[in-house]
Design a protein around this ligand. Structure first.
Ligand code: FEO
Length: 167
């Protein structure tokens, strides 16, 4: 079944957003490395790899539907974070933005009767719940201890251990 033109455009735009997300998390990994937060750097670098996997899923799906992959220009992320909480806040904001767009594509695929795309998008709908939870829970943890920077160092140490084996 041919894809609706608008749905195909939306999917190609989402492909670009996933590549952008990988860029954003690599930029965060660079930031955390610069401020010697090795655990946060590992977490965000691993997350960048997940975003590339999301992009690959969409790429493969467009090819599977015999449609054209359209690779759009990837914007450079804004990296003016003042502290780790600021950066993780930006991650959460970005994930919320991605969720909105995933939901929009899911809704359109339903409305336009593209049931195959609807089923494909379900994986992304579920994935976004995890993505938002990851950064929201981290932010909650960091917000409680915002008056004690030494606690952020402890979280960084935990993240370093947790993310050591995810390579
Ligand atoms: Fe691919 Fe973090 O959403």
């Amino acid at each position: 079944m041919k894809m609706d033109n608008q749905l195909l455009e939306d999917l190609n735009t989402q492909l670009n957003r996933e590549f952008y997300a990988a860029y954003l998390y690599f930029a965060m990994a660079t930031y955390f490395t610069e401020i010697n937060m090795e655990g946060f750097a590992k977490l965000t670098k691993n997350h960048a790899k997940e975003e590339l996997e999301h992009a690959r899923k969409i790429y493969d799906y467009v090819v599977l539907r015999d449609e054209k992959v359209n690779l759009l220009r990837i914007e450079a992320p804004d990296t003016n974070w003042n502290n780790p909480i600021d950066a993780i806040n930006a991650a959460l904001d970005h994930e919320k933005f991605v969720t909105e767009n995933i939901h929009r594509i899911y809704k359109s695929s339903k409305e336009k009767g593209d049931f195959a795309l609807e089923v494909f998008m379900q994986w992304f709908v579920a994935e976004q719940v995890e993505e938002e939870h990851l950064f929201q829970s981290m932010l909650d943890k960091m917000s409680y201890i915002k008056d004690c920077e030494c606690e952020i160092v402890n979280i960084d140490r935990e993240l370093k251990i947790e993310n050591n084996y995810v390579e």
